[in-house]
Each structure stands twice: as structure tokens, then as C-alpha cells.
Design a protein around this ligand. Structure first.
Ligand code: FES
Length: 157
């Protein structure tokens, strides 16, 4: 009916994208959690960039949205509060500190285990922040916990 649709400005949402919130609000709060196609996602605003990833850690499902961000070799990483795993915000790679015993004086170096955490594409449009629905034809370790916590509304733990 005409009345319910005439609420003033019509805002078109980019096709298929999920609205997370206002750009300014997320810049202020620095992080926000949301549900995207049923899965818990966290959006970070860090050093001028937005990053979105599954909020349940690929290791055992720890709450990444409660973790601290730190820089490792110039890469911004979230540290999982449960067992301190480090995950890069940009690519979702799990990092570990390894040593090469063949070196004369082995020093620990950060290495990548590959992409473990599902990263979500962020789009800024007209002052709003959107996340793209996940492409489930590709799978990541964090999918298991995204599924496991799907029907659990309580994010904080
Ligand atoms: Fe995240 Fe173990 S659950 S490090």
C-alpha cells in the first residue's frame, strides 16, 4: 500500500549487500558485530580501513570481537582472547612464531599458516557500511564455528 512505502527518502541498498551500520558510528566505536546470512561477523575500523571477518576464531571458536589488535611485521592482527592466536585483519591468515633450527642462532620469526579465518568484503556507500554475503563455494576453517554458533544469539563470552 502506498502509505507504508511513503516514508520520505527512499534508500537503495546495493544489491545483496548486508547493511552493518553508519560509517561514522563504526569509525567511532572501532568495531561492531553483526549477523550476515546467519553467521556472526565482526567489522573493525583500524588505521583508516574497514575489515570484516567471522567473529568466531577458527581454532576453537573464541570471540575475536573481544580481542586486541596489534601490529606484527606491519600487518594488523587480531589476537584471540582464548588462546592468543593471531589472525591478520587483511587476509585472515593465521600467524605463528616459528624457528628454523638449521639457522646458526635461531630466532623466532612470524610465519603464515595460510588463510584460516573467513574475511568478508566491505563496501562503503553513501555513508553506510555493508558486508557482502559469503561465497560458500570456498571454505575456510572458521566456517565450522560460524555454523556451530549460527543459532546462538549471545555473542559475548
Ligand atoms: Fe581462538 Fe583458540 S579459540 S585461539
Amino acid at each position: 500500500d502506498l502509505h507504508s512505502s511513503s516514508t520520505g527518502t527512499v534508500e537503495m541498498e546495493p544489491d545483496g549487500l548486508v547493511l552493518i551500520g553508519k560509517e561514522d558510528d563504526i569509525k567511532r566505536s572501532r568495531r561492531v558485530t553483526a549477523k550476515v546470512n546467519g553467521r556472526h561477523v565482526v567489522v573493525f575500523y583500524h588505521k583508516g580501513k574497514f575489515h570484516a571477518m567471522d567473529s568466531r576464531c577458527y581454532h576453537e571458536g573464541g570471540p575475536l570481537h573481544l580481542g586486541e589488535i596489534e601490529d606484527i611485521n606491519g600487518q594488523a592482527c587480531i589476537t584471540c582472547p582464548w588462546h592468543k592466536y593471531k589472525i591478520t585483519l587483511e587476509t585472515g591468515e593465521g600467524l605463528y612464531e616459528g624457528i628454523n633450527p638449521l639457522e646458526p642462532s635461531p630466532t623466532p620469526q612470524w610465519r603464515s599458516k595460510g588463510v584460516k579465518q573467513r574475511i568478508h568484503k566491505v563496501t562503503i556507500d553513501n555513508g553506510n557500511v555493508y558486508v557482502s554475503p559469503p561465497d560458500l563455494s570456498v571454505s575456510f576453517d572458521s566456517d565450522y564455528f560460524a555454523d556451530k554458533y549460527k543459532n546462538n544469539g549471545d555473542l559475548a563470552m
